[in-house]
Design a protein around this ligand. Structure first.
Ligand code: C5P
Length: 205
């Protein structure tokens, strides 16, 4: 069984994907980390993120790089959204994601194009969303809790810019697959959102 969880930043898709992985006993891949790892290598090697061929050259990295906590910063997320718009970068990361999805027993993957491109035949597809303001508030309180002084306006602006870039790119844009169930977490607690996701998944298997 393949479970595809897509949606924008801070929608709750990561938390939901991890909970589904535990509930169904399936391995989980956060595919955003792959693009973040590429972004980090671009930064570390001082490459120009707009030069597609240069970015493609750093797409072949070892799995252990995915465990680096530095991948989780907003800076890496922002740059990930720039490098992920290059078609050849997406192509370079495609087989890795498909192999993970197709392992015996199944898997849970979360990202932007899992239900549409990586695993179009997934048994369960969820598209998780929340309003931009609510996502900005979630991200803002997380950042504040870690000592950041960033304003809510700045966080909201960054979220809108990233949504725009991810939804407007020509290659594998972020969108809800025609056969995906929509889960709006705007007014749901984490627990309620997870319960709803488990219910939607169970109804589809
Ligand atoms: O989900 P996360 O915020 O970690 O993703 C970082 C960036 O990676 C996204 O903004 C998006 O540009 C890109 N991404 C993607 N396709 C995926 C997962 C992430 O393009 N399947």
């Amino acid at each position: 069984m393949i479970i595809a969880v897509d949606g924008p930043a801070a929608s709750g898709k990561g938390t939901i994907a991890r909970a589904l992985s535990r509930h169904f006993g399936l391995p989980h891949l956060d595919t955003g980390l792959l693009y973040r790892a590429v972004a980090q290598r671009v930064m570390a090697e001082g490459l120009d993120p707009t030069r597609e061929a240069d970015v493609v050259a750093v797409c072949d990295f070892e799995d252990r790089l995915l465990e680096d906590p530095a991948l989780r910063t907003d800076e890496a997320g922002k740059l990930a959204s720039v490098v992920s718009a290059h078609p050849l970068v997406r192509a370079a990361l495609l087989q890795r994601q498909r192999r993970f999805a197709q392992q015996p027993g199944g898997a849970v993957l979360d990202g932007r194009d899992i239900g549409t491109v990586i695993a179009p035949d997934a048994e369960v597809k969820l598209f998780v969303k929340a309003t931009p303001m609510i996502r900005a508030q979630r991200r803002h309180s997380e950042l504040r809790a870690h000592g950041s002084k960033v304003s809510l306006d700045k966080v909201l602006g960054d979220i809108r810019a990233r949504d725009d870039r991810d939804a407007r790119r020509t290659e594998a844009p972020m969108r809800q697959a025609a056969d995906a169930a929509l889960l709006d977490t705007s007014f749901l607690s984490i627990d309620a959102a997870v319960q709803r996701a488990i219910g939607l998944a169970e109804a589809r298997i």
